[in-house]
Design a binder for this molecule. Structure first.
Ligand code: C5P
Length: 241
């Protein structure tokens, strides 16, 4: 179990020095379960976690979660909940019952809402599970204002009993000493030569791990590659050098 997860309300992570696969989450941002399952089946040897976001969840719902669990993944349900605490609590409980390992909730919703999510998820969970608080969306704040806000929202996540946070790689170093118990899940991962797509704040896998990332969220560089398996192997090789 990951140090960050075990120190929190929940479990489900990988060892800091464990296999590369344990540190990788595959973002399945596609709009149908057949395509998602095809990708997921071919890449399960390279990624421990399957991230189901709004697109796939809206298309396929809880069935997508069950399908990824059946393939052997820990599921990261990226629904970015943000509502009144009671609603978040009840939704998180249902998500927990579906067997997910991670659920995202917006830190912008406040400590009470985050706590409602963490408690709801724990109440429903059928396996070790934790809430990851979304600190700041790349679209939400100017870079200069972001680091203080990220640190503040990390404190909120800790206080609320979250297992971890989502944050951009460039914010990792400045916030390294803020609640190190929290798992850091980091999107915007790119190898040299990869398209940046709409990511504005990117880092290589090696840079992100060196800066303190625990879980790297990788989507298009693998899922949109001409050969996703080859792209996943390239990603692994970059981390094994
Ligand atoms: O860019 P990539 O496809 O690797 O994105 C992986 C995840 O990063 C997406 O599922 C999304 O949740 C997140 N993302 C983000 N900021 C963006 C675009 C995507 O954090 N600008």
């Amino acid at each position: 179990m990951d140090e960050a997860m075990s120190a929190s309300t929940s479990g489900g992570g990988a060892s800091h020095k464990g296999p590369v696969r344990d540190r990788l989450a595959l973002a399945l941002d596609v709009d149908d379960l057949v395509a998602a399952s095809r990708l997921a089946r071919s890449l399960v040897g390279h990624f421990r976690v399957a991230k189901i976001g709004l697109e796939l969840y809206t298309a396929a719902g809880p069935e997508a979660i069950g399908a990824m669990i059946d393939l052997g993944y820990d599921v990261f349900c990226d629904l970015k909940l943000h509502d009144i605490p009671n609603t978040v609590n009840r939704a998180a409980r249902v998500v927990g019952e579906l067997g997910v390992s991670y659920l995202t909730v917006h830190a912008a919703g406040g400590v009470e809402m985050l706590r409602a999510g963490a408690e709801g998820l724990a109440a429903g969970a059928t396996r070790p599970a934790g809430v990851l608080a979304v600190t700041v969306l790349t679209s939400e704040a100017q870079v200069a204002a972001t680091r203080d806000l990220v640190a503040q929202r990390m404190e909120m996540a800790f206080e609320a009993g979250c297992a971890g946070v989502i944050c951009a790689a460039p914010d990792l170093t400045a916030t390294r000493h803020v609640r190190p118990e929290l798992l850091r899940a980091v999107p915007g991962i790119r190898l040299a030569g990869d398209s940046v797509d709409d990511q504005r704040r990117v880092a290589s896998p090696v840079q992100a791990l060196a800066a303190g990332a625990d879980l790297l969220v990788v989507g298009r560089p693998v899922t949109r590659a001409a050969d996703p398996l080859e792209a996943a192997e390239r990603l692994h090789r970059s981390l094994q050098q």
